[in-house]
Structures are given as structure tokens and as C-alpha cells.
Design a binder for this molecule. Sequence first.
Ligand code: LLP
Length: 436
Amino acid sequence: PVSVRRTDDGELVIGGVAAGELVRAHGTPLQVLDEGEVRRRAGALRDAFDAAAAAHGTTAHVYYAGKALLNTTIVRWMLEEGLRVDVCTGGELQVALLAGADAALLGFHGNNKSTAELERAVEAGVGTIIIDSTIEIERLATIVARRGAEQRVMLRVNSGVHAETHDFLATAHEDQKFGFPLAQAPAAVARIRETPGLVFVGLHCHIGSQIFGVAGFRESAARVLDLHQQLLEGGEIPQLNLGGGFGIAYTRVDDPVPIAELAEGIVAAVAEACERRGISIPALSFEPGRAIIGNAGVTLYEVGTIKDVALGVGARRYVSVDGGMSDNARPALYGAQYSARIASRVSDAQPQLARVVGKHCESGDIVVDHEYLPGDVAPGDLLAVAATGAYCAPLSSNYNHVARPPIVAVRDGAARVIVRGETMSDLLARDAGIAL
Ligand code: LLP
């Protein structure tokens, strides 16, 4: 899906810029973001939900879940594409505000927002604060009373549907930290409604991430709408936010539902559920992160060493690159699968199964668990790992004192740094022993 092609010499070209050129200018590892692809996906989600909502007599807003990858440039792209932005800490809020976002277009999440973070959000005029605990209601009540402010809030509930289990009826996942169990939500909503300065606008529910298909959303929406209907007795509820979590393809085996189909399926399910209950369909909102940014990212590494380790039966080829779990922790954290190609050339050599690993002192430091690479893969080859746009840079670390790579945006043959790489001085700056 990313605009990738090969030159006549077999070199990979991303967003119109050759891999070798990118690496000569910015080094490796390098996180490359195809700006056109980010904008296309943001626009496609916006259009798909707009169309689906219009077809079912409502409206829909798409919030970009900034946790997937956040910097001021991306916030501006999202706003330019007509999206809103979801943040979940004071730090993310600060990035969105520094990007010049109208605070009214922001949603603020988090299960442990501090008084200072809430104060900042209310002061800035954040459009919606998504409340996650009763203590947060009291913190907000104090803040709005002191400031004489009015704050729109949603209540995050846990529908008991957790799509990652692929068992949409499981209730075991009620045992997690986010949101209010459905049964405990009415008391919280009552408390919000009786608090001067807090305006209850609706329920919020996010069921998980990397979800394929509509079924989990349908089941969750049905459960949340039962509560929504019950709460209508206490006053109108204009909105419903069903979160994000739309799955993407990391490797050939992933087969995500096309976005227009997904949007129509989810909105139709909500519309049907409302009709069955005889209630009017609320204004909808969604919060995809990965589905916007994931496939638009490619990480370029340089191959350093190759080792064929003899096993009892056969051998395993380890191809080591100059990054790893510090720039992409997802394989180590979740056993996430990726795919890789040689970016600097094409080869006729027989493909050979390999494990691409990083340079960190940890055996779980895997970049791509299994991939067929040309048998003549050699030190100095550039390796491109696809679909690294989401949850790689945000989860990055300096493990083993390795600097974080820059993020470079490519578009129409031009590249520009949107987040500079760390330097050794950045890494050493906090060591008080050196400062002496
Ligand atoms: N809304 C809420 C309230 C969320 O908690 C999340 C993700 C999203 C939206 C966006 O989900 P998305 O559309 O990006 O799947 N680090 C993990 C993913 C953690 C997701 C956390 N919440 C990973 O690398 O797979």
C-alpha cells in the first residue's frame, strides 16, 4: 500500500525517494514515513465514516489516536485532513497544542490523569475529557468549580468485549484497568450529571487493538447501547465513541477488512441496535491510530553480520541489523510479526529462511522472526521492514545506550526530517557524573 517501487537497478524507492539516498543523508536505522500514504488513509477513514454515518442518519468524527505515533507534523497532517486528535497524557496534549491544534478538537484519555494534567486540559479548552474513574470525576469537579469552567466529558466503560481474544462473549476481560464496568457506570454518570460545570455528552468504549472485522464492535455497541438507553432517562446523550483498534496487514497473512466496508458495518450495527431499542442514533466518533499510520512507515536498517547457527536438524540463519528492540519493541513485547526485503538491490539468489535480529544484548531482540531473504544477503545490504509506522517510535528506548533514529517524511520525491535522530550528547546529557 505504501508507494514503494524499485529503480531499474533494483533499489527500493519510498514516496519517490530512493532508499540509498535516504540512508546517505540520514543514516541507519531510519524511520521513513510516506506522507501521502498517511494522508490517504486518514482521508479514507474520514470519508468512510462520513458516508456511513450520513447513510444512517447521523454524523461521525474520526480522532487520530496519537499514541500510535505523535509529533507536531503528524498532528498538522491530521488536522489538515479533517481529523481530530486523541491524546492520553499531558505530554501528548502538549504536542497537540504546540502543533497549533484547536483544543476543542482534542479528546483527552487516560486512566490516571493527574490534577495538573486535568487542570491544563480544562484551561486549554480541550473538547472532550474521557473520564476513567470516580476519583477523576471529583478532581474535575474541583477544577471546574474553581475556574468557573464548563467541561464536556464522556464516561469510558468496559463492555466486557475484548476483541483480541476472538471470543466476543468473554467476560473475563472485565478484569482490567480501563473504564467502568457497565454495572458501575450509572452511578458515575449520575455523579457527573449532578456536578455543576460538567456536561455529560456520552459513553466511550474501546475494545482492543489490531481487530479484524465488525463482530466485536457490533457486540460491544449492543451492550453499551443498553446502558445508553437506560441513561436516557436522566437526560439526553448526544454522542457515542466506539474507540479505535482497526487492524492492518503486517505480513501477507493478515487480511484486514477494507475501511469503507468496516465503517459501514460498524455504523449499520449501531443504527440497527438503536432502531431495535427505539432510540435515536447518537453522533458517533472513532479513534483509530494504527490504521492511519501503521502501513505508512518503513524502517531501513543496514545488515551487519550473518551467522548460520547449526541446529540439531538444519541451521538457522541470523541476519543482524544496526537497530532492533530499541526502535521496534513490538516483536519482543507481543511476538509481533513483520516482513523484510533487501532495499538496496534485487537478487537472483535462492531465497533462504532467516531471522532478522537487532544489536541488543538480549536474545528476544528480534526484528523479523522469519523471512525468506536472498541467500546472498551480505553485510552492507539495506533491509526495509514494512508497516513500522505505529507503536514503534513511541515504544522506543535507549536500551544499551543506542540512540533513537530520526523520522523522515517522504513525499513526491522529497524527504524531510520531522523528528531528528538522537545524538550521543542527547543520550549522555542526563548523566550527572559527566556534567561534573
Ligand atoms: N482509543 C483508545 C482509548 C486506545 O486505548 C487505543 C489504543 C486507541 C484508541 C487506538 O488503537 P489503534 O487504532 O491504534 O489500534 N502498543 C500496542 C497497541 C496499544 C494500543 C493502546 N490503545 C501495539 O503496539 O500493538
